[in-house]
Design a protein around this ligand. Sequence first.
Ligand SMILES: Cc1cc2nc3c(=O)[nH]c(=O)nc-3n(C[C@H](O)[C@H](O)[C@H](O)COP(=O)(O)O)c2cc1C
Length: 159
Amino acid sequence: METTFDMFIETEVPEDELIVSRTDFTGKITYVNETFAEISGYTPEELIGKPHNVIRHPDMPKSAFEEMWATLKRGEVWEGYVKNLRKDKGYYWVFARMSTVIKDGKPVEYKSVREPVSREKKIEMQNLYDKMRAEEEGQTRVVLYIDNEKLKEAEGLEQ
Ligand SMILES: Cc1cc2nc3c(=O)[nH]c(=O)nc-3n(C[C@H](O)[C@H](O)[C@H](O)COP(=O)(O)O)c2cc1C
């Protein structure tokens, strides 16, 4: 059996900036802030008008989004961990808070505001989502996390 190996680069989400986007009721992007564009590797112009699944990462289980949509449609707030796909195929983890935008007492749009995720939580969520996907698709994928400090140590030993 042939083994293939891909390495994708993680982009760290800054602590002090909010990543904001808004969509219409079908999930089409209507607004992104500069930080959203920067972190996803797109320009705002490339994102606006596109379905929000342009940044959907293949590691995200279907059921996570099904639950998210059901929650939003009930008018409730959804909070959860999301692994997103950058334009360059790299990835970034966020803790997202999605809700309905109300204007003059009427729901007009959805919005999402995101924060950074700790390394421990990323590993926990990767494992959980891998399990959920395996159950959904009957597939298993192994993901290795390499600690930067350990990597430096190992490189030091080789020299
Ligand atoms: C306000 C809002 C923000 C969203 N943000 C993301 C996001 O950051 N990443 C993502 O993969 N999906 C996001 N979604 C969900 C997508 O619309 C979509 O349901 C998801 O990517 C799964 O794709 P699929 O519905 O084609 O299976 C968001 C939806 C809404 C309403």
